[in-house]
Structures are given as structure tokens and as C-alpha cells.
Design a protein. Structure first.
Length: 136
């Protein structure tokens, strides 16, 4: 299982930060691995580059507790991606805590150590983009 966690301070209010994050199609603005993103009803369709290849992902909202938390999940035959975004009040705005898990299934689990390295690199780039997006 690959796991990436980051916490970002934002000048946005908790309500503004949550609204931005809960519209997961905004991932295209801050995550350089996401080349396409759109809302499809209550779900989000993304195309993410992974290992240089485009991977279509359909993120379903598992739960939402505005303006505090949203949990999303994308399932593929070989892996599941789970993202939990938590927003809290902070001096001068809010704090956004992003927790992403990429869980491979079956024989794919042997690649967990390599996937963790890739996930760390991808996550760091996304965190930098998110920091800029949350502090306009």
C-alpha cells in the first residue's frame, strides 16, 4: 500500500477551502499528474498520468461532512485509490489535511515499495500545486 499525507495552511476560510476541495474536478488545477477532470453527477472522472501512462479514474464520494471532510474512492481491477480531505479552522484561514492511499491488489502488491516512491514524488508535486491553489 502506498500512502501520502500532507497538511497545507490556507488563507481561504474553511468553507471556501472545503468547497474548492470537494469539487474534485479542481484536481486538474493543482495536481500535475491529472490531465483531465470533470464532474459527472456526484462522481468525478479524472485522467491521471501514472508511470507515464494515462489512467482513467472515477472517484465516487464515500462521505461528506461540509465544511469539514470529504472521502473519495476510485476502484480499478488492480488497485483502489482512497482520498480523505479534512479542513479545519486555523488562524488566518484554514488547514487542509490530505490523506491519500493507493492500495494494490493481488500480485500487484509486490510493487508496493516502488509505488510508494512514485506516490511520494507525485504527492509532493501535487502538494506544491495545492499550496498555491489554496493561497491565491
Amino acid at each position: 500500500m502506498a500512502h501520502y499525507v500532507t497538511t497545507i495552511d490556507s488563507r481561504l476560510s474553511p468553507e471556501e477551502a472545503f468547497a474548492y476541495m470537494a469539487d474534485f474536478s479542481n484536481a486538474r488545477e493543482w495536481d500535475p499528474s491529472v490531465t483531465e477532470a470533470r464532474r459527472d453527477g456526484t462522481a468525478f472522472e479524472l485522467i491521471a498520468k501514472f508511470g507515464g501512462r494515462p489512467v482513467p479514474l472515477r472517484y465516487e464520494v464515500l462521505s461528506t461532512d461540509p465544511p469539514r471532510q470529504i472521502r473519495l474512492e476510485a476502484r480499478k481491477p488492480s488497485f483502489t485509490s482512497r482520498d480523505t480531505i479534512t479542513v479545519a479552522v486555523a488562524p488566518g484561514g484554514s488547514t487542509v489535511h490530505y490523506d491519500a492511499v493507493l492500495e494494490f491488489k493481488g500480485a500487484g502488491r509486490v510493487f508496493d515499495p516502488l509505488m510508494q516512491l512514485l506516490f511520494n514524488r507525485t504527492g509532493a508535486k501535487a502538494a506544491a500545486g495545492l499550496r498555491a491553489a489554496l493561497n491565491p
